[in-house]
Design a protein around this ligand. Structure first.
Ligand code: GLU
Length: 307
């Protein structure tokens, strides 16, 4: 069997938080437990939201927690590969300009990710003479109207007809930013990724990504989606985002303590006790990891509590 290559691919659009660190730990353990390579890819394409300081903070936090990566890839350095993929899709007659806004989709059909599906309204619009580079609006890719049958490694059925269920994806945004759906597919393939482990909030995009792989002639890795840490945002539970400031987390717990709390939250320790990720490798198995999302809070007396 060829060696497993996995990646942790955080967007550097906010402070490191326990959800990011938990995801990193699961990716890292899953790769190391199978003697695989683990890459870190800093997803920094969204220039309207990223900050170099957040990327640096995350890299530091992972190092302090003693997760080592075989390679670190900075996604903004991959522009040429992303453009080559767009050129290929253009040659195949797949790209079109789209001026529809979010508001145009509202009230239409619900997509599996909870948003509104795009109804492929602009599909027949031609590219201008200068091709995708000359488009002032979003650029989308026309996906085949075919069904993707997929059950991920955790047993979640992610089957979809992405062209209908989600709608044709944006591959280059109107502000010039290469869109996530294209970049992730190109970068995973170029890095030889065999296994994608990530939060289940991204699961509904998997079928779209597989369809893009097929259009570009790229292999499909294995996929696994893990549970999320949630925060109580008043009237509902949402994906953990801003309620646990990183500096407070760092002030409350040293890295070994934090690792133990995360490992306990992930079902890998019976009680939180200080540890390093390496000590968890031998006993790592997905059967211990909960499937349901869990609430994370910063308790005044105990610090980070996952439960
Ligand atoms: N950058 C994405 C995020 O942080 C994850 C990409 C992926 O794992 O496919 O939500």
């Amino acid at each position: 069997m060829s060696r497993i290559v996995s990646r942790f691919a955080p967007s550097t659009t906010g402070e490191a938080h326990p959800g990011t660190l938990l995801s990193a730990l699961l990716v890292w353990l899953d790769a190391r437990a199978r003697d695989g390579r683990a890459l870190l890819r800093l997803e920094d394409l969204d220039t309207t939201r990223v900050k170099a300081a957040w990327a640096a903070q995350l890299v530091d936090a992972l190092a302090e927690l003693r997760m080592d990566w075989d390679e670190t890839i900075v996604q903004s350095g991959r522009r040429a590969a992303h453009e080559a993929a767009l050129d290929q899709l253009e040659r195949d007659g797949r790209l079109y300009p789209c001026a529809c806004s979010r508001a145009d989709r509202q009230g239409g059909r619900r997509a599996p990710d909870g948003g509104w599906a795009y109804a492929n309204t602009c599909r027949e619009r031609p590219l201008p003479a200068g091709g995708w580079r000359a488009v002032q609006t979003n650029v989308r890719v026309r996906l085949p109207d075919e069904r993707i049958g997929l059950v991920d490694e955790g047993g979640t059925d992610l089957s979809q007809t992405p062209a209908i269920d989600m709608g044709d994806p944006v591959v280059r945004r109107r502000d010039g930013v290469i869109a996530y759906q294209l970049a992730v597919v190109v970068d995973d393939a170029d890095a030889g990724i065999t296994d994608v482990v990530r939060g289940r909030d991204i699961a509904p995009s998997t079928a779209t990504q597989i369809m893009l792989q097929r259009l570009l002639g790229l292999p499909t890795p294995r996929y696994r989606h893990h549970f999320l840490l949630l925060e109580d945002s008043g009237d509902k539970l949402a994906k953990l985002h801003g309620s646990i400031p990183f500096n407070e987390l760092r002030a409350r717990h040293d890295p070994r303590e934090l690792c133990g709390i995360l490992a306990h939250g992930a079902g890998l320790l019976e009680a939180p006790r200080p540890c390093e990720p390496r000590a968890l490798v031998a006993d790592f198995t997905w059967s211990k990891v909960p499937t349901g999302d869990r609430l994370a809070t910063l308790d005044p007396a105990r610090g980070l509590v996952i439960g």
